[in-house]
Design a protein around this ligand. Structure first.
Ligand code: NAD
Ligand code: ZN
Ligand code: ZN
Length: 345
């Protein structure tokens, strides 16, 4: 089968690989119909994710059709159409019982990281009963690809951890797919203000169409002043970091109001300073989280009721044999205006 393989920092190739086989009774083999590329795949290619070793098939998002199941799988059978969660969960271990699937002792974020992922014709999914979701009849499969990772990530790590309340002031730093997913799901809580901050005017325009009340292009280095002005000098109740670099986490620390919450989403590859000298007396909370995908069933229902439509996030479509072009387009979003690219296997 064809698969996109990580070969070490800045190095990847579309290779011919053997079709995966059932390795445990709880496994399923899924034939991928649609997958996508994540900002985290770009972090892997930068060398930011040491758990992902050369030779790994990348990808942790997608939808497909079950091809084969192990003897212990009861919820799915060959032919079932499924949504693949980026997080694999056994449902039984200490962390799964605390609904912290991201830290499942035999799962978590392993797909396209510690085991082969979804940017291929087939993928092996461990703990299939509790890591796959049935696709409801009539659902838009491309929209569902946004539910593998970005919508639960924006919602759980940004909106829920950020404790967004009706009437609150929110800033989201980073208007990539994750920041925009946080914006879409933040609106469920009716905050008074949602300010999107990015360097890319196209992404800020998309954010406005998605309901941002204001946008700030931070290229001039004055984002803090702009946000303070917009909030009457108070700052924001929730600052969501959706980039993953020191400068943007520092900006969150500069714009957080007393009593506020900084909710980090970004994957950080280098150390970041924590300014306790200015924050120690401000009653703030800082949260970090790897997405658990515990909200996936709820988000499926919300999407079915059309309260959220993530399809405008999809900007490009490629066949799997052109996935290197898809990476090129996705990695140069400022030029290509890419958000999410659908890759059809
Ligand atoms: N915690 C989790 O479970 C989890 C899950 C998925 C993704 N992530 C991470 O979330 C982050 C965002 O993902 P994405 O797919 O949206 O990435 P992305 O690279 O597409 O988007 C990042 C955005 O940040 C903007 N940006 C870059 N530098 C900036 C700066 N100095 N100031 C303001 N904006 C700046 C870019 O223009 C871009 O629009 C990544 O770090 C990704 O790895 C975390
Ligand atoms: Zn991801
Ligand atoms: Zn578990």
């Amino acid at each position: 089968m064809k698969a996109l393989v990580y070969l070490g920092p800045a190095n990847k190739a579309l290779q011919e690989r053997p079709k995966p086989e059932i390795a445990a009774p709880t496994d399923a083999i899924v034939r991928i119909t649609k997958t996508t590329i994540c900002g985290t795949d770009l972090h892997i290619l930068k060398g930011d994710v040491p758990t992902c070793q050369p030779g790994r098939i990348l990808g942790h998002e997608g939808v497909g059709v079950v091809d084969a199941v192990g003897s212990a799988v009861t919820a799915f059978k060959p032919g079932s159409r499924v949504l693949i969660s980026c997080i694999s969960a056994c449902g039984k271990c200490l962390y799964c019982r605390k609904l912290m699937y991201s830290h499942c002792t035999t799962g978590g974020w392993i797909l396209g990281n510690k085991i082969d992922g979804t940017q291929a014709e087939f993928v092996r999914i461990p703990h299939a009963d509790t890591s796959l979701y049935p696709i409801p009849d009539g659902a838009d499969e491309e929209a569902l690809v946004m539910l593998s990772d970005i919508l639960p990530t924006g919602f759980e790590c940004g909106v829920l951890n950020g404790r967004i309340q009706p009437g609150s002031r929110v800033a989201i730093v980073g208007a990539g797919p994750i920041g925009l997913a946080a914006l879409l799901t933040a609106r469920l809580y009716s905050p008074a203000e949602i300010i999107l901050i990015d360097l890319d005017d196209n992404r800020l325009d998309v954010a406005k169409r998605f309901g941002a009340t204001a946008t700030v292009n931070s290229a001039d280095g004055n984002a803090m002043d702009a946000v303070m002005k917009m909030t009457g000098g108070l700052g924001v109740d929730t600052a969501i970091e959706a980039v993953g670099i020191p400068a943007t986490f520092e900006l969150c620390q500069q714009i957080i109001a007393p009593g506020g919450t900084i909710a980090n989403i970004g994957v950080h590859g280098t150390k970041v300073d924590l300014h306790l000298e200015s924050l120690w007396d401000r009653n703030i909370t800082i949260t970090t989280r790897l997405v658990d995908t515990v909200s996936t069933p709820m988000l499926l229902d919300i999407m079915r009721s059309r309260r959220i439509d993530p399809t405008p996030l999809i900007t490009h479509r490629f066949k799997l044999d052109r996935i290197l072009d898809a990476y090129d387009v996705f990695a140069h979003a400022a030029r290509t205006q890419a958000l999410k690219v659908i890759v059809e296997a």
